[in-house]
Ligand binder design. Sequence first.
Ligand code: XIL
Length: 312
Amino acid sequence: DAPLRDLADAKGKVIGTAVTGSKLSGTYAEVAAREFNWLTPGNAMKWESVEPSRGSFNWAEADRIVDFAEANGQQVRGHTLVWHSQNPGWLTNGDFTPAELRTLLMDHIDTEMTRYRGRVAAWDVVNEPFNEDGTYRQTLWYDGLGQDYIAEALTRARAADPSARLYINDYNVEGVNAKSTALYNLVRSLKERGVPIDGVGLQAHLILGQVPGTFQQNIQRFADLGVDVAITELDIRMQLPVTDAKLAQQAADYRAVMDACVAVDRCSGVTVWGFTDSDSWIPDWFEGQGAATPYDENYAPKPAYDAIAASL
Ligand code: XIL
């Protein structure tokens, strides 16, 4: 059967995966290269990874992933520049003034985007800015700079790499709800103000049997604002142990997500958050749950894999 990336290429769609740089050898590397046309570093480009102590940078894993992608004709989604989580301790414990915070943030965007200028096709510039009720999440950035930290970051990002597509990314914004409506209103207002914004990322960390019925409608309303939509972190978790019935439900859920994206021109495609259950964050973060990706722990494709292929 044709690899997923060949099917996706023929449709002009992204089929991506998050990857761990240190694992890019052997079977893991073979599958990542063969099946996917985009890669996202799962952790390697986060601030705590690239600048663990102030002014001292570690680009090794991020470089490895970008080099691997280029060697295999893949594009890279940069993840992520402005977030409340996985920031280095020196930053979160630093007790900086708003002016200092602004300078730190702008320099961070400049440094990281300049390093990969022209080599990272899309950036999750801002990650997870909203609460579930649609209010702004109180973060280092919101508390210090106010809600316009988002516009400031996007403006700086455009200047740092004019060739990169700039995204705001969040979770629980797949269906039409209070949170996705807040994101929608933000994107509309950014567009009205002329702030650079090219797309929204819908993470899609989903629960078995719970693909929102309004997924395609929600994608379409963002598309109608004149931005791209990417499904950026798809996984569909289940209570363990795995059963055939759960795998069948999972395949149907993957199919529904794929079909919703394929149906909308401005949905650029789907990235899974790890392609194998052996490289998924779910067991570490959601007790008793797992098996959320299209391949099992031994790189055997699951029914979800066939569902992705069937949609493409
Ligand atoms: C996760 C990684 O996969 C884990 O390895 C890490 O321990 C925590 O972060 N939303 C995001 C991703 O935007 O960056 C997160 O990745 C998963 C949730």
